[in-house]
Design a protein around this ligand. Structure first.
Ligand SMILES: [Ca+2]
Length: 169
């Protein structure tokens, strides 16, 4: 009888140990989540913005960061153009989204800079013909300024962007 009782006691002790380990494990998962990178948020909206040109009045660069999907920036009708947004301070850039009008770009680089002079390419796009929202997630860059270096048009028009969004922390 003693033998059976001892076995049961030991079994209970093992169960208790497993249960407490499960509690510790779940606590560790929570702790890990808390120490991960901060959540990314939209950094570019209503921030200062500059562009290489404007097609005409009403299509200024500020329209690309105003949060309104019905207003747009449009450039002059030639290939070499750019638009950049000033995030106000050096930030971690994790994602860029662009809402293209019909006049989209065939080729462009997404670049970051600390001084709006020396630029580093973080995403190169080629052979694009898509319009609407294009998403570039999983970026790991740092910079104060984020630029679309527009290299080749997809249409006979310029480049036209409803919204240019930069996410990060
Ligand atoms: Ca807009």
């Amino acid at each position: 009888m003693n033998g059976i009782k001892t076995t049961v006691t030991m079994f209970s002790a093992i169960l208790a140990a497993v249960a407490s380990f499960a509690v510790i494990s779940s606590a560790l998962c929570v702790a890990n989540a808390d120490t991960s990178a901060p959540a990314s948020k939209l950094l570019s909206q209503k921030q200062p913005v500059k562009a290489s040109s404007v097609e005409r009045d009403g299509l200024e660069a500020v329209n690309a960061v105003d949060g309104d999907e019905s207003t747009r920036w449009s450039s002059e009708f030639n290939d070499a153009q750019w638009i950049y947004v000033d995030l106000g301070a050096v930030k971690n850039v994790t994602e860029v989204k662009i809402d293209w009008e019909t006049a989209t770009a065939k080729a462009y680089d997404i670049e970051v800079s600390d001084d709006a002079t020396k630029w580093t390419c973080i995403q190169s796009v080629k052979d694009n013909s898509a319009t609407g929202w294009l998403d570039y997630p999983k970026l790991t860059a740092k910079g104060r300024y984020v630029r679309l270096n527009l290299k080749a048009r997809a249409t006979e028009y310029g480049y036209s962007i409803f919204e240019f969004q930069v996410f990060g922390y």
